[in-house]
Design a protein around this ligand. Structure first.
Ligand code: ATP
Length: 678
């Protein structure tokens, strides 16, 4: 079955449905594309096959009576038809296209108002003079699927890229926005162009009709989910779709929400560099910033929140002795209080009955009662100074009785939706109109839906509305296979929690490198050498380098060393307070980026260096945790490591001052700190 991009051929009409039904019978390799925003004349749609070429198809409603015989007098229909033919003949208007005459796709004019005999009577001269084949509606509907493949015309790779770029610009990826540019080792100095593959483009252009029309078809909120492995282009798809929507519907508001602050800053910097300012009706924001603003809209002042998680944990530590049965760490208990908020649990009884599957540790009824009492104590204590838990912000929006003051959106796109909690989704839904559309991108492998939720459990019906993408464009076979191997050792969730990547056709790449060092300090020294070598010997640019650090390194020291070695203006520490939203010296230049593991989701670079992650990798007993808790923590660590490893496009280096489990070490080429192999 052919792929239709977008799904609908032309405007909603019986004719579009007939055409689609006919072309549906083409085999899987065919793509039928309808241009979205033609500037000037364009054929109505195109059929494309990776080996056999392109066919452009135009539709004409001219009746035979306007065309037959020698017309003594001008008639409007004839004039319009002649203009249509002239436009079609001149297409494609790609004067700069390479090739000698082969650059033009096959051309077919569907004479929708003429019978087969009528078309037969007039067709020959059009084909011989203009290279345009005429076909009646009846013949197209009866034989289209057989005829179309024969009319395809090969146009060559350069012409194809030029066609796509000119007529489907929304599918083009700026070279600065893809790590794939590293894979192209072409000495011809030709500008390499990149495009969404047809599955990605299909996903980006799903349901682009006005929300009203979609809602009529879907009966409710129109929702789509793209589930894709790391690097499969989810962010790219969401951004491409958001820009398309912004252009198609200038009067509507489009919102892209992403969990992670650094990725939003990174994306905005890249977009500013490559595409200029965002359209006025498009907002790209972190969930945190957005939900705070919505809270302010309801309450007319900003929420007052604790500065750090540590402050809340100190408060928990202060109250906890009242309930000796609570043996969990303060950090665990803080997460449990967040769980109560994020699941919109209303009272003690609901909490006693709550389904805590996937939380990683059990709580007996007595402990639950104690946690609830702790929740109330902490909430009240914070409330006395006008503060609230961060997780209370979306909850309070959801529980408010009047939502009229919330800003409303026509289309919301959520990237990294696997990190969104039920209250977050609920606050988003309350900010959407009845006929708005919701587009979700998620990678279950990178940590499924906080607390192992299912979409169903949070009330989002994605059945039959999900697209899975298994191909990674960011990284190599060697890196993805190594990351996947580590993940599969630990991930025990159901199929929804795990998406098997398709490694076929990927760049083979080289195995990631594991460098053993004698101490954390040595690891930093070695990192500096590796980074310098990447710039000098591997000819990478600063923007191609990303350092991700875990808990086992002194981050301030690391930053200072980087600044000293490469210049303070060349380092973008994405977690540094004043650099969180934008790079230190503006978006026009490149930086070596430094990011905390916890906020590295969505980031990427040609070469990635992981340091200070010993705690994620350590084997052995975890004191104070029972078996179930240990398994849950190990799985969470494996997902984080998988996420961190898959940030790398071409080269991945892990530095460790501790020995790692054998199956982890085996996934890497090992070196010791002196640079020798093992
Ligand atoms: N069809 C394509 N051609 C060239 N490059 C592509 C293509 N699709 C994606 N890419 C590139 O692959 C990289 C990964 O894309 P993107 O960040 O959108 O993936 P993702 O699915 O959001 O990844 P993750 O969930 O791991 O953050 C980017 O550099 C992107 O530009």
């Amino acid at each position: 079955m052919a792929t239709f991009i977008p799904e609908r051929v032309g405007a909603v009409s019986a004719r579009g449905i007939h055409i689609k039904r006919t072309l549906n019978a083409l085999d899987d390799d065919h793509v039928v594309r309808t241009p979205l925003r033609p500037g000037g004349w364009l054929p109505d749609f195109f059929v494309q096959h990776p080996n056999n070429g392109w066919l452009a198809i135009a539709l004409a409603d001219t009746p035979f009576s306007a065309l037959a015989g020698d017309q003594l007098f001008e008639n409007a229909e004839r004039t319009a038809f002649d203009r249509l033919l002239a436009d079609f003949q001149a297409f494609p208007a790609l004067a700069d296209l390479p090739g000698d005459g082969l650059a033009s796709p096959g051309k077919l004019m569907l004479m929708w108002a003429c019978s087969q005999d009528e078309v037969r009577a007039i067709a020959a001269p059009y084909l011989s003079r203009l290279g345009i084949r005429l076909l009646s509606k009846a013949q197209f509907l009866a034989l289209g699927a057989k005829l179309v493949p024969r009319l395809l015309q090969p146009i060559g790779a350069d012409a194809e890229q030029a066609m796509l770029s000119r007529y489907f610009p929304e599918a083009e990826i700026h070279p600065a926005c893809t790590t794939r540019r590293h894979f192209i080792r072409d000495n011809s100095a030709k500008l390499q162009r990149f495009f969404l593959d047809f599955q990605q483009e299909w996903a980006a252009k799903l349901d682009l009709e006005p929300p009203q029309e979609q809602a009529e078809a879907a009966g409710d909120l129109a929702i789509r989910l793209v589930n894709g492995v790391a690097g499969s282009g989810k962010t790219l798809i969401a951004l491409s779709r958001a820009r398309l929507l912004a252009g198609l519907y200038p009067d509507q508001r489009i919102l892209v929400l992403i969990h992670n602050t650094p990725i939003v800053a990174d994306i905005k910097a890249k977009l500013a560099r490559t595409q200029g300012p965002l359209p006025a009706n498009l907002e790209i924001n972190t969930y945190f910033a957005w939900v705070n603003r919505q809270w302010r809209n309801l309450h007319r002042h900003w929420p007052n929140l604790p500065d750090t998680a540590r402050e809340v944990e100190d408060l928990i530590a202060h109250y906890r002795p009242r309930w000796p049965e609570l043996g969990q760490s303060a950090a665990r208990l803080r997460e449990e209080l967040d769980f109560i908020n994020e699941f919109l649990i209303a009272d003690a009884q609901h909490y006693l009955d709550a389904n805590r599957t996937g939380r990683g540790f059990a709580l007996r009824p007595k402990e639950r009662a104690a946690v609830w009492a702790l929740y109330e104590a902490v909430t009240t204590a914070l409330g006395k100074s006008g503060q609230r838990l961060w997780s209370a912000v979306p909850r309070e929006i959801c529980l408010a009785t009047d939502h009229a003051a919330l800003e409303k959106y026509d289309h919301v796109l959520i990237d990294e939706a696997q990190f969104f909690a039920p209250s977050w989704f609920q606050a988003v839904r309350l900010s959407m109109g009845e006929h708005s559309s919701l587009f979700l991108c998620a990678d279950p492998n990178q940590g499924f839906m906080k607390h192992r939720l299912s979409w169903k459990r949070i009330g989002l019906d994605v059945a039959g509305r999900t697209k899975k993408l298994r191909r990674s464009y960011r990284t190599t076979q060697a890196i993805l296979a190594a990351a996947n191997r580590i993940l599969t050792q630990y991930a025990h969730g159901d199929a929804d929690d795990f998406l098997e990547p398709d490694l076929s056709g990927m760049e083979a790449g080289v195995k990631p490198v594991l460098i053993h060092t004698d101490s954390p300090q040595d690891a930093v020294d070695r990192l500096m050498n590796e980074l310098s070598a990447s710039l000098q010997e591997h000819a990478l640019a600063l923007g191609d380098l990303l350092v991700i650090y875990g808990e086992n390194v002194q981050k301030a020291l690391l930053y200072n060393r980087l600044c000293k070695q490469f210049g303070v203006d060349n380092i973008w520490w994405l977690n540094k307070k004043e650099q969180r939203k934008a790079p230190p010296k503006g978006c026009e230049r490149e930086y070596l980026r430094l990011a905390n593991l916890e906020t590295a989701t969505g980031l990427e670079a040609g070469a990635v260096f992981l340091i200070g992650m010993e705690n994620l990798l350590a084997d052995g007993e975890m004191p104070g945790l029972d078996q179930e808790e240990q398994a849950a923590v190990a799985e969470e660590h494996a997902r984080k490591l998988y996420m961190a490893m898959t940030r790398a496009g071409q080269r991945l280096v892990l530095l460790s001052s501790q020995r790692l489990p054998a199956f982890v070490e085996d996934s890497f080429t090992q070196q010791d700190s002196a640079g020798g192999g093992r």
